[in-house]
Structures are given as structure tokens and as C-alpha cells.
Design a protein around this ligand. Structure first.
Ligand code: AP5
Length: 194
């Protein structure tokens, strides 16, 4: 497996609170740019489904709205990225890093990030969206109590994560409509693929 060269294959971190629209925007980015999407939440849910001993412990952590251990997330992510290195036009890393140390470990062991897109929305908006999604998502963490805990975990860590990357960070107002947000995303990503 070849190492990842970010000058040929951009690496984009997609950040934002729970329910900020990371997954929604990633779908649109994939459709337009064909980037490879890796959501740490999805990778962890797949691991939980495997039913291993480790999966039981992961599931409990996620239902408490806490962060799972860094080493485990980074291992899953690294493995998934390396498996796609040859075919990827770009990597969309959705929901990582969630702690300052995660960002540092990623750049040290995988590659430097190219750009960071941060979807910014109020806690009220995030809560409303997640409660709206709860009826159909089937996610064990989409309930009022866990949503509160997920928000707290996010608020406790987010400023420190963002502060690490003043030059690479692009903030987008995520209170807007899905299409209005995407038009701003396009302005950030178009220069990377030309
Ligand atoms: P994860 O799966 O990443 O969940 P999350 O960050 O809480 O985010 P969501 O997937 O719930 O929301 P989203 O931002 O993708 O919004 P979406 O597009 O779905 O993580 C789950 C758990 O895994 C964590 O709590 C943690 O335990 C663990 N974990 C994950 N990563 C980790 C890491 N790096 N380290 C350690 N632990 C980790 O949209 C939400 C809703 O809003 C939808 O209904 C959508 O239709 C709607 N919507 C979207 N955009 C708009 C808009 N502009 N206007 C109106 N509605 C909108």
C-alpha cells in the first residue's frame, strides 16, 4: 500500500457539532468530487455491529456521548485510508479530530491535513435537528439524554481543536439551507481539484 501524498490526494477534515450537517454535506461532496468519505462515527458503528468484546465497550461509550479511545479511532481510520489510497481522488475525514491530540496524532502518523471545513451552528439548532432525525435514524445515541452529552463532549473539546489550525480552518455558517451551505463548500474545494 502506497503512503498518502496530500499534494496529489487532498485530505479534508469535516468538523462540526453533532447534527451540524457533516454527513449531509459529505454526501453532496462525494457526488460532485468523487472523494473517498470516511466517517469515524460510521467506522465505529460498523465495529459495534461486529459484536466483538471490544464492540460492547464501544457501544457503551457512544451511548454515553463520550469519545472512544484515540488509538482505536486512529487505527480504524488509518486502515480504511490506506486501503483506499490507490483509488482515492481526495479524502473526506468526517468527525475527526474531536480532540487536539487526535489531530496531532493524525498528522504525525498519516499525513498533513490540506483544509479543514467547520460547520458552525448553535446548540439549539443541533439539538432540534437531532431530535428531528431521532424518529428515523435508528441510532442508539439519538435520544434527548445522549444528545445533551454529545453536545457537552463537543463543546468541551472543540475550541482547542480549531485553535490548532488557524491557517487551514474554513468556517461555514451551518444554520443556512443545505444548498446554501454547499455553495460555500464548493468555493473551498474547487481550488483543490484544479
Ligand atoms: P458521529 O456519527 O460522527 O456523530 P455526530 O458527530 O454526533 O454527528 P451526526 O452524524 O449525528 O451528525 P452530522 O453532523 O453528520 O449531521 P447530519 O448530516 O446527519 O459520532 C457518533 C459517536 O461516535 C460520537 O458521539 C463518539 O462517541 C464516537 N466518535 C465518532 N468520532 C469519534 C472520534 N473521532 N473520536 C472518538 N469518538 C468518536 O444531519 C443531522 C440532521 O440534520 C439530519 O436529519 C439532516 O437531514 C438535518 N440537516 C442537515 N443539514 C441541515 C440544514 N442545513 N438545515 C436543516 N437540516 C439539516
Amino acid at each position: 500500500m502506497a503512503p498518502i501524498d496530500p499534494s496529489k490526494t487532498p485530505i479534508v477534515w469535516i468538523l462540526g457539532g453533532p447534527g451540524s450537517g457533516k454527513g449531509t454535506q459529505c454526501e453532496k461532496i462525494i457526488a460532485k468530487y468523487g472523494f473517498t468519505h470516511l466517517s469515524t462515527g460510521d467506522l465505529l458503528r460498523a465495529e459495534v455491529k461486529s459484536g466483538s468484546e471490544r464492540a460492547k465497550c464501544l457501544s457503551a461509550i457512544m451511548e454515553r456521548g463520550e469519545l472512544v479511545p484515540n488509538d482505536l479511532v486512529l487505527d480504524l481510520l488509518k486502515e480504511a485510508m490506506l486501503a483506499k489510497t490507490d483509488e482515492a481522488k481526495g479524502f473526506l475525514i468526517d468527525g475527526y479530530p474531536r480532540e487536539k491530540s487526535q489531530g496531532i496524532a493524525f498528522e504525525k502518523t498519516i499525513a498533513p491535513v490540506t483544509v479543514i471545513i467547520y460547520f458552525e451552528a448553535s446548540s439549539e439548532t443541533l439539538t432540534k435537528r437531532l431530535l428531528g432525525r431521532a424518529a428515523s435514524s435508528g441510532r442508539a445515541d439519538d435520544n434527548e439524554e445522549t444528545i445533551k452529552l454529545r453536545l457537552k463532549t463537543f463543546l468541551d473539546n472543540n475550541d482547542q481543536v480549531l485553535a490548532q489550525y488557524p491557517e487551514k480552518l474554513k468556517r461555514i455558517n451551518a444554520e443556512d439551507s443545505v444548498d446554501a451551505i454547499f455553495s460555500q463548500v464548493v468555493q473551498i474545494l474547487d481550488p483543490l481539484v484544479k
